[in-house]
Design a protein around this ligand. Structure first.
Ligand code: LLP
Length: 421
């Protein structure tokens, strides 16, 4: 959404972001509803009529207005905690549209998930299989379960967000899956309905995703020959986006590869996309609060936003495009763009070429719609920032009116409300 041309549309967008910064204050998050709709339509359309379900991974951005927007598009939901299940309900998803994943589900969580009659509880281990069975029997129901398999496939992503290798804690080794499916079929409290695989996030090549899909399709085929009939294959999420302009997998091509792998089985394909749906739709606005130059050494641009508002650079050394909202004349020079937090890891970019800025200028950080606001925290007693949703016709000249605050800034009193002296 950052202005890249001098077209009227981009001038309008600049004016709109400047209005939002003035009105909502900085730092803040701004999302573009149209971009989310477009991303959803691309994925959905690429299935080309093949039976499928898009389970939006709420973890990427679970602000109510965003989840509601995605729900209205016809999405189903992927929840990773009881809190996300409740958010999904509040936003109108039915139990049979929700899959519930989580590498460690407590007894209370299992009990509740079973009682809700979700589309599938994704089972992570033989022990969990047992516990779900026991709770379902106690409740007099059969829980719909899918087994999460770990195919030992390298997603070639950042190690902190890779989940499909034997060395990762997720799922059960795929070789053990046939025996566990047989076991599940024999349990009174369980109805095995699917196989689930999710090998990581921000995956930028098709090959690992295709291989993972082929592995679960082969598993389903073997199970069928033994009389275990599944209903869906949940291929997880993980499709990456281009943070820096380098090539990534085309979302339509990704979907077509999954359908090609699955078609022979006739099973429904479920996917759990998060980042690809909402990532590019969000920017963070902040203001420059200081500019300082160490003689003969570094130049720092200090923002009023930092790792409390956006963890990704500090956690994964993640790259985000950063631009001044309004560009001033002058040469770019290498700078460190840092936040105000008392941690050296609190930097959005290091040695990045950047045009001149002054204190008070607004800076736009791109592609933060996924894993941005949701991962924010209140270290240093910094209240959570507001979130804004721009909606309406992007080509229209009435852009200024078409945004609203979907989460207001937390107050310090709200932040302290849980505590006593
Ligand atoms: N399904 C499961 C089981 C997952 O664990 C995840 C993400 C997704 C779906 C959605 O993946 P996506 O399509 O968004 O890649 N905080 C990290 C990303 C962590 C992803 C965790 N799991 C980041 O900022 O890059």
């Amino acid at each position: 959404m950052a202005p890249t041309t001098s077209s009227t549309a981009s001038e309008l967008r600049t004016q709109q972001l400047s209005d939002i910064a003035a009105s909502a204050g900085t730092p803040c998050y701004v999302y573009d509803a149209g971009a989310i709709r477009d991303a959803y339509a691309t994925l959905d359309g690429a299935f080309d009529g093949y039976p499928h379900a898009i389970h939006y991974a709420l973890k990427a951005n679970s602000s109510l207005a965003i989840v509601k927007l995605v729900q209205r598009l016809g999405s189903h939901a992927d929840a990773n905690s009881p809190g996300e299940v409740d958010v999904a309900f509040r936003c109108g998803f039915r139990p049979d549209q929700i899959v519930f994943t989580g590498v460690g589900k407590s007894a209370v969580e299992i009990d509740r998930a079973v009682s809700l009659g979700l589309l599938a509880i994704n089972v992570e281990s033989p022990g969990e299989l047992d516990r779900i069975d026991q709770r379902a029997i106690a409740q007099g129901v059969r829980a719909r379960v899918a087994l999460r398999v770990n195919p030992d496939i390298d997603a070639n992503s950042h190690p902190h967000i890779s989940t499909g290798l034997k060395s990762n804690k997720f799922g059960v080794p795929i070789d053990e899956a046939p025996a566990l499916f047989r076991e599940m079929s024999s349990r009174r409290g369980l109805q095995p309905v699917g196989a689930h695989v999710h090998i990581g996030s921000q995956i930028t090549t098709l090959d690992p995703l295709r291989k993972a899909a082929e592995a679960v399709v082969a598993l389903a085929r073997d199970l069928k020959s033994e009389g275990v009939e599944l209903q869906h294959l949940d291929m997880g999420g993980g499709l990456g986006i281009s943070y820096d302009g380098s090539p990534v997998v085309n979302p339509s091509e990704y979907v077509r590869a999954l359908v090609a792998a699955t078609r022979g089985s006739g099973l429904t394909v479920a996917i759990e996309p998060g980042r690809v749906l909402v990532g590019p739709a969000g920017v963070q606005l902040s203001r420059v609060v200081d500019v300082k130059q160490f003689p003969g050494a570094k130049r720092f641009i200090v923002l009023d936003a930092g790792m409390t508002e956006l963890m990704r650079p500090a956690l994964y050394n993640a790259f985000h495009r950063i631009t001044p909202l309004v560009r001033r004349d002058g040469h770019e020079v290498p700078v460190d763009i840092v936040g105000p937090i008392c941690e050296s890891t609190d930097a959005y970019a290091r040695d990045r070429n950047f045009p001149p800025v002054d204190v008070g200028d607004i800076v736009v950080v791109s592609d933060v719609g996924a894993y941005g606001a949701v991962m924010g925290h209140t270290y240093l007693r910094r209240p959570l920032p507001p979130e804004v949703l721009i909606d309406g016709d992007r080509a229209s000249t009435s852009l200024r009116a078409s945004w609203r605050i979907i989460r207001r800034r937390q107050t310090l009193d709200e932040l302290l409300a849980l505590e006593t002296e």
